[in-house]
Design a protein around this ligand. Structure first.
Ligand SMILES: [Zn+2]
Length: 257
């Protein structure tokens, strides 16, 4: 986690005597190219595209190539529109109003409600719906409106065709964090939840190496409320809400356990 919980306790702000609810701006997810690590794809934007900020991705012999989640999130649509529009498409809800679309797929590899991380295969490149040849139609949206795409925070090329190389799901080995409990030692559990057995503690201020992260019991700690748990050894998990990792959600490129 990154932000201290205390900043989130500020729920209102007095402006000119009126109580204005604070609406904390949530950072955009770190979106990555929606193809496996190391692959290069040609991404085309054009002003007559619908919606205008969508990207069409191609590479040689791309029919059937895997399409992967561009950021962690929850699959909220796995839909087949038949011979029109997106055809077979997947939508991922990334939280904070952000979503991504993956359209004209050949088939699906996920189901609605599934939690996905970087690099998770969602389906395969196809030409379903209103498509005249295999390609991936990809969109990033904020509050339902299509936005100009960014990969690792860098704006895509508008308008034109550019080669994008994926670092999505590339193994980074491990992540690091610092335990911050404001004094007390943090309980280490045998699994990702408070219901698992206590198998030890780590001291406040301890540096930990995180092998992978997963979803478990929701915990409120120094850095807010989170269901993310960090695996710091075999059968050793700690709540990410008490760990400074530099990221508010999952650590980019770190594998899911
Ligand atoms: Zn398209």
């Amino acid at each position: 986690m990154r932000k201290r919980w205390i900043s989130l306790l500020v729920t209102g702000l007095l402006v000119g005597g009126a109580l204005v609810p604070a609406s904390p701006a949530l950072a955009a997810p770190t979106f990555k190219v929606p193809f496996p690590c190391g692959q290069s794809w040609s991404g085309q934007t054009r002003s007559d595209h619908s919606p205008a900020n969508a990207v069409d991705f191609n590479r040689t012999d791309d029919l059937g190539d895997p399409v992967v989640a561009s950021a962690p999130g929850t699959v909220d649509r796995v839909t087949d529109l038949g011979g029109t529009s997106y055809g077979k498409y997947v939508r991922i809800d990334h939280g904070g109003g952000y979503s991504t679309y993956y359209a004209h797929l050949n088939g699906f590899n996920v189901s609605v409600g599934q939690t996905v991380g970087y690099g998770k295969v969602l389906g395969w490149v196809g030409s379903t719906g209103g498509s005249t040849g295999p390609h991936l139609h990809y969109e990033q949206r904020l509050n339902g409106n299509d936005i100009q795409v960014r990969f690792n925070g860098t704006l895509g090329l508008y308008w034109g065709t550019k080669s994008y190389t994926s670092d999505n799901g590339c193994s980074s080995g491990s992540g690091n964090g610092t335990v911050d409990t404001s004094g007390t030692a943090l309980t280490v559990r045998s699994g990702p939840g408070t219901g698992y057995a206590s198998v030890g503690t780590v001291a406040d201020g301890a540096r930990v190496t995180i092998a992978c992260q997963t979803s478990g019991t929701t915990v409120t700690g120094t850095y807010g409320t989170s269901s993310i748990w960090d695996r710091i050894g075999t059968g050793r998990y700690i709540a990410d809400a008490y760990v400074y990792t530099g990221y508010d959600g999952y650590i980019p490129n770190l594998p899911r356990c």
